[in-house]
Design a binder for this molecule. Structure first.
Ligand code: ZN
Length: 319
């Protein structure tokens, strides 16, 4: 039997100790090389793109010769206005990419010795950076489609006489959402969130290019896809895979998201479900990429992602 990828030496190309041992100067150099990789690691103005800049000798700061804008290594990126050192950010990225089922904010706060709120925002900023590439993604080829419900758990009451039938809509919280995954076979994935699975059909039509083949289960709302795509269906009460018709790669994504929910975060729902689904889609798509490469991909995504409207000042707004 072949060795599992995560057990192989190729999966391990980054050690946390390496990152933790970096000096402030080394960490800045490392982030600089990643952020301005398209200019050979040389800084240019984040406001006007001018490559002529002055470097201050007393502080890690640059000034644009074109527009006089002063900027640091994280200005204009998702890490702007940071309080933590660059090394702590790089360490957070290294820890984040190592968790195959995700990494909880509480755990990250203990790893870095920062407040829970700081770790929560840091992890969500990384999720936003990683999810950004999926926003306008279109899929083609052989596409597996499936849905699974998350969140909105209603706890049964203590005494039997007070318990309600939680299958009835009236006794539910209304917070339950379905994650619908569109996944190219051996390719990229795209998760979207809906109130019900059948509401996803128009989105699937807009995100899956014509000429693709759809693989789906027996649920009747997928019938509406037949007019647009060649569609192969699998009845799960009969078999999980039959003559090439299966949704096993979609199920694989849900397996990872469900494990992240149960094993890591314990509770995923509401406004954050998209973020966690995007994160797990990224992990699933890159499951055979070494942790060193994942670290570079995540750091580069964070460096290219502009200041977050959602996460900047999040806790100040919620006071
Ligand atoms: Zn400028």
């Amino acid at each position: 039997m072949s060795q599992h990828f995560l057990l192989s030496a190729a999966a391990r190309s980054l050690s946390l100790a390496q990152v933790a041992r970096m000096s402030d100067q080394e960490a800045r150099e490392a982030f600089r090389a990643i952020r301005w990789a398209d200019n050979g690691g040389e800084p240019y103005c984040p406001r006007c793109g001018c490559v002529a800049v002055y470097a201050y000798t007393s502080r890690p700061l640059w000034k644009c010769k074109g527009c006089d804008h002063q900027f640091t290594i994280t200005s204009g990126t998702i890490f702007a206005s940071r309080k933590l050192s660059i090394r702590d950010h790089l360490l957070a990225i290294a820890i984040f990419v190592n968790g195959a089922k995700g990494h909880s904010a509480l755990q990250l706060s203990r790893d870095l010795n920062v407040q829970y709120k700081t770790a929560f925002i840091l992890a969500h900023k990384l999720r936003e950076a990683l999810g950004a590439k999926r926003k306008h993604r279109k899929l083609s080829g052989e596409i597996e489609i499936d849905g699974a419900y998350f969140g909105g758990y209603v706890k049964p009451r203590n005494y039997r006489e007070n318990r309600r039938d939680r299958r009835l809509a009236v006794n539910q919280s209304g917070k339950r959402r379905v994650v619908v995954i569109m996944r190219e076979r051996n390719g990229r994935s795209l998760p979207c969130i809906f109130k019900s699975e059948d509401a996803s059909v128009p989105t699937i039509k807009s995100r899956v290019l014509p000429g693709s083949t759809i693989y789906a289960d027996e649920a009747s709302h997928w019938d509406r896809l037949h007019a647009r795509y060649p569609t192969k269906r699998i009845n799960h009460s009969f078999a999980y895979s039959d003559a090439g018709a299966c949704t096993n790669q979609a199920e694989s994504f849900f397996s990872r998201l469900r494990r992240a929910e149960i094993g890591t975060h314990h509770h995923i729902c509401g406004p954050y479900l998209t973020a966690y689904a995007d994160e797990m889609a990224w992990r699933e798509d890159n499951r055979r990429v070494s942790n060193g490469e994942l670290y570079l991909i995540a750091a580069q995504a964070a460096a290219q992602q502009p200041v977050s409207r959602r996460w900047k000042g999040y806790w100040q707004r919620r006071q």
